[in-house]
Write a protein that binds this ligand. Structure first.
Ligand SMILES: Cc1ncc(COP(=O)(O)O)c(C=O)c1O
Length: 400
């Protein structure tokens, strides 16, 4: 299902606050942070010529976030960055001078960090990033996980020394619980979703994501004509789309936001013309995208810069994982988790429909960018869904 953005907000400039978070100065701040991280090589950008030909577009690029900062997803750029910013701000306040990221490891800053606890709710990847960010700066982390988060994903968070709090219900319930307990105990909520009165920290999380867009734009021979961006609460899509709109202006690609059909909160919000909260339905295999209410900041940005919203089915997500694992022709093999390939799934679905191709002006002549937002963040599940071991996929392809 495709919903074109016909909202009155479409095309309006971003609010000054969003432009400053996601524009060049915000992205520079995130760059200064990543330069202090030990393993900061760029993630690869692949061109998949054979798949492009098969689908009927001129070029198809995949930015592969599967190994970002050793965490397995692009989320490594958001939560950990926000934690670093918050610790630095608190240390600057207590020490009475403005500190920079290069001082994060100094004893004065780690002493301040050790008195701080950061908390968040997660489907898996964001919590891993917050836990990693906290362990790096010496802060404590409390991560709230709902009943649908697999044991393997929880173990990957606990590995960073974070306290784990299991919550009955879904992602939205865990967000509410994290906010409630954090309020009681004086913890700082580092959420990847925003709500009225709580915008700044999620915007920092999104600012961290701009690093990935910058890298992609730096490597592409020319800007893409179309970008398909998967969405949970919409923070990822809004960060990518917002940064592109600010950096590329008139050359900004057509932005298509891709929701799982079973948790299509952005699609439904686009239809309604305002952010809507959906009732929980059947779980989706795209577990990281299973969110029933958009982030307020993300909605504010996407309602202005997104061109269309599309929903993909379970089978489309599995098809995308398999296409990337078993590539056509000389294309590299890419390990893509259940939510990682959803952007590609959106492209495949759009190319199947004459109507969608026409509405999106998509086809021969199109240069499409998708982002594989995660690798096999749950390897056992990956083996079940794809029938291959992630290590074998990596060593079989040149995507190494
Ligand atoms: C792998 C992956 N892709 C995409 C997303 C969507 O990000 P957002 O919730 O900001 O829309 C997530 C969110 O957790 C994710 O983990």
């Amino acid at each position: 299902m495709l919903v074109l953005n016909t909202l009155p907000e479409r095309g309006r400039p971003l609010d000054a606050i969003d432009a400053s978070m996601l524009g060049p100065s915000g992205a520079d701040a995130a760059r200064r942070w990543i330069e202090t991280q030990a393993e900061r090589p760029e993630t690869p950008l692949y061109e998949l010529g054979a798949l492009a030909a098969e689908l009927g577009v001129t070029r198809l690029y995949v930015k592969d976030e599967g190994r970002r900062l050793g965490l397995g997803s692009f989320k490594a750029l958001g939560g950990a960055y926000a934690v670093a910013c918050l610790v630095l701000e608190e240390a600057s306040r207590r020490l009475g001078r403005t500190l920079c990221f290069t001082e994060l490891a100094s004893p004065a800053v780690t002493t301040v960090a050790s008195s701080m606890t950061v908390a968040c709710a997660t489907d898996g990847n964001h919590g891993r990033s917050v836990a990693q960010g906290a362990s790096r700066v010496g802060a404590k982390a409390a991560i709230f996980v709902h009943s649908g988060v697999s044991d393997e994903r929880v173990a990957a968070i606990a590995r960073f020394g974070a306290g784990i709090i299991r919550v009955e219900g879904n992602y939205d319930d865990s967000v509410a619980r994290a906010a409630e307990i954090a309020e009681e105990r004086g913890w700082i909520v580092v959420s990847d979703t925003s709500w009225p009165g709580y915008e700044r920290i999620p915007s920092l999380v999104m600012q961290g994501y701009t690093l990935m867009v910058r890298e992609a734009l730096g490597r592409l021979p020319e800007p893409p004509t179309h970008v398909f961006l998967q969405s949970g609460v919409g923070g990822f899509a809004a960060a990518v789309a917002g940064h592109m709109a600010l950096m590329l202006g008139d050359r900004c690609p057509t932005i298509v936001v891709v929701d799982p059909a079973r948790a299509a909160c952005l699609v439904e919000s686009a239809k309604a013309g305002r952010p809507v909260k959906l009732d929980q339905g059947e779980p989706t295999v795209m577990a990281m995208l299973e969110c029933y209410e958009p982030s307020l900041v993300a909605w504010r940005i996407l309602s202005r810069v997104a061109d269309a919203f599309i929903a993909v089915d379970e089978i489309d997500a599995l098809d995308a994982m398999n296409r990337l694992a078993r590539p056509a022709g000389d294309d590299p093999a890419i390990v893509s988790g259940e939510s990682g390939g959803a952007g590609l799934a959106g492209l495949v679905v759009a190319m199947r429909s004459v109507d969608m191709r026409r509405h999106l002006a998509l086809g021969a002549g199109s240069r499409v960018l998708v982002i594989n937002t995660e690798g096999a963040t749950d390897p056992a599940l990956y083996r079940t869904l794809v029938g291959l071991d992630p290590d074998d996929v990596r060593s079989a392809g040149s995507a190494g």
